[in-house]
Design a binder for this molecule. Sequence first.
Ligand SMILES: Nc1ncnc2c1ncn2[C@@H]1O[C@H](COP(=O)(O)OP(=O)(O)OP(=O)(O)O)[C@@H](O)[C@H]1O
Ligand SMILES: [Mg+2]
Length: 357
Amino acid sequence: LYVNQRARTLYGITDPTGLDVERYSKKITLLTPEGEPYPPRKLPTSRALREGAVTAREEIQVVRPDGSRIIVEAAAVPLVSRNGTVIAGIGVFDDVTDYKRVEKILERDKETLERLVKERTDALSATKQELERKERLSEIGTLAATVAHELRNPLAVISIIVYNLERKTKDRPELARYYADINKKINQSNRIIDNLLSFSRIKPPQFEAIPIYPFLEKCLTETRKKYSEKPVHVKKNYTSLRKTALEADLFQINQIITNVLANAWEAAPRRGGRIRVAGRKMNGAIEIRISDNGEGIPREHIDHVFKPFFTLKSKGTGLGLAVCREMIGLHDGTISLSSLPGKGTTVILTLPEGRRP
Ligand SMILES: Nc1ncnc2c1ncn2[C@@H]1O[C@H](COP(=O)(O)OP(=O)(O)OP(=O)(O)O)[C@@H](O)[C@H]1O
Ligand SMILES: [Mg+2]
């Protein structure tokens, strides 16, 4: 085995004569790029000797006698005598340690860079979506407010005319049911206008402390009155909130709860309707669940119920839940809905009890 000066330095062989190479070579460990012991049979020189052919470049990790490591790329050429027998193998080694180190750093930097770019892109597209949503909402809001205002006045005029007609035709009782019909339609239209307006009025909440227990009681009483033609059995389960106050916008929180209650009432069956309102505290948040035993929501519609103007009701505006979602978002809360078709629906609201500083 002959080893030239450059290779001796490379391998950390300190004997300047190079005569004791055999002894030194026992102190050198060769590893594969993965760090496994390099199989001696696979070493380029062994293969060149055995196969009599030039080998491709192989990467080899070398652990030198002093424990330091280098990476070499090795290839070997067989030395063939005139009659064709292989008499020697010549191994050539390139120290690629620095190159590999740089390559590793570059690789790591590339990964970091790619990750950073991806993170930024994700954040940007989320912001963009949020912006687009806000823009769309404010456009819808402006449109809703305009339409609502434009309709309010003619409706008010119609309402006065009906009132006067009713008074002037007191002697014709057969007309009464027509007036009743007109008044019903006027009320319905006003409700739609209210909804449109509340949608356009979605703005930063004015926070105040709201005692949640009496507030829920009031919402229930009012909704019950509004739907007096459909009595339902209400089960209340929120006594644990008796002493709890919620930091929220009173107008908005009222919209949220009454919209959800209205949906529950509208969904409840005419006979045997049941609604359950449950509330509890849960790590700094207040959770309110409103369940009904109505028809539920068909699976194919469940993803759409929070979209503005989505409705399956002949007299709905489809703004109730859209308003809820926007307003609850402004309170850093969440609203979710689960429904078992044929069994009923549960809406879960969570609201942070206090406001974040
Ligand atoms: N508790 C519920 N049970 C069954 N379906 C529901 C319930 N809540 C909401 N939905 C469905 O979601 C749709 C959207 O509800 P949302 O409150 O936004 O509008 P709406 O009730 O149709 O109209 P509006 O609230 O303006 O009167 C409803 O039309 C209904 O199909
Ligand atoms: Mg509704």
